[in-house]
Design a protein around this ligand. Structure first.
Ligand code: ADP
Ligand code: MG
Length: 218
């Protein structure tokens, strides 16, 4: 099976006050195969976000070896750069549900496709499709800073899913969702997983874990 993500012997520490360090993990290794629905499971504070930040190229302060599609990350960074991976290969939904506050939901979702200079007509139809999937059609013209937590989470999911990324990474993507929206999200993730995309989800929700074909426990 083809490894999309390969981590070998990864150690992650945070520097805290006065030369002190907190070790989050030491010698972590895992493989994520193409088209896996891969769950990272663990209680709060176990290091899920730290691990996703490394996988998503948000954090470069660690030791060990990391390969994406069999290529060392150190080479990837020299070659095409982080921005290429973040814009073209990864969809990444973190735990902050950040939206550009003064843009409306439509423009927030459209942004990744505008960066790719897609035609207006295509952007329109994709935003339409995604907003239907994430059940946010009724709030498309509200501003980013006028939404509830659960609405913001769904808009952030839509903004990353619209990129149709090969690797979709989500940190506790159901944390602010009611059960209907949670079911709905899991259905959408299953759909894109069936299309062959790789999905990596950190969660402490057992119902989310049940949908995964591989689980790594922190
Ligand atoms: N920026 C940081 N500086 C120092 N310690 C951190 C930082 N981020 C996380 N930690 C610590 O690392 C550990 C793992 O945190 P995290 O990866 O956020 O876990 P989880 O996502 O599973 O809740 C925790 O003990 C947390 O306090
Ligand atoms: Mg976390």
């Amino acid at each position: 099976m083809y490894n999309v993500i390969e981590l070998k012997n990864i150690c992650k520490k945070y520097k805290v006050s006065e030369g002190k360090e907190v070790e989050v993990f030491d010698g972590l290794s895992l493989d994520i195969h193409e088209a896996d629905m891969f769950g990272i499971y663990g209680e709060s504070g176990s290091g899920k976000t730290s691990l996703l930040n490394i996988i998503g190229l948000m954090d470069k302060c660690y030791t060990g070896e990391y390969k994406i599609c069999e290529k060392k990350v150190s080479e990837i960074l020299k070659d095409k750069g982080v921005a290429y991976y973040r814009n073209m290969k990864f969809g990444y939904v973190d735990q902050n549900y950040y939206l550009i506050p003064k843009l409306n939901v439509y423009d927030n979702i459209a942004l990744p496709l505008m960066i790719r200079r897609k035609e207006k007509r295509i952007i329109n139809s994709k935003v339409e499709e995604m907003s239907e999937k994430m059940r946010i059609k009724d709030i498309l013209y509200k501003q980013g800073d006028e939404l509830s937590g659960g609405q913001r989470q769904r808009v952030c999911l839509a903004r990353e899913l619209i990129k149709e990324p090969d690797i979709f990474i989500a940190d506790e993507p159901t944390s602010a969702l009611d059960y209907k929206n949670k079911d709905n999200l899991l259905m959408t993730l299953n759909e894109i997983n069936d299309e062959g995309k790789t999905i990596i989800i950190a969660t402490h929700d057992e119902n989310v874990i049940k949908c995964c074909n591989e689980v790594f426990e922190m």
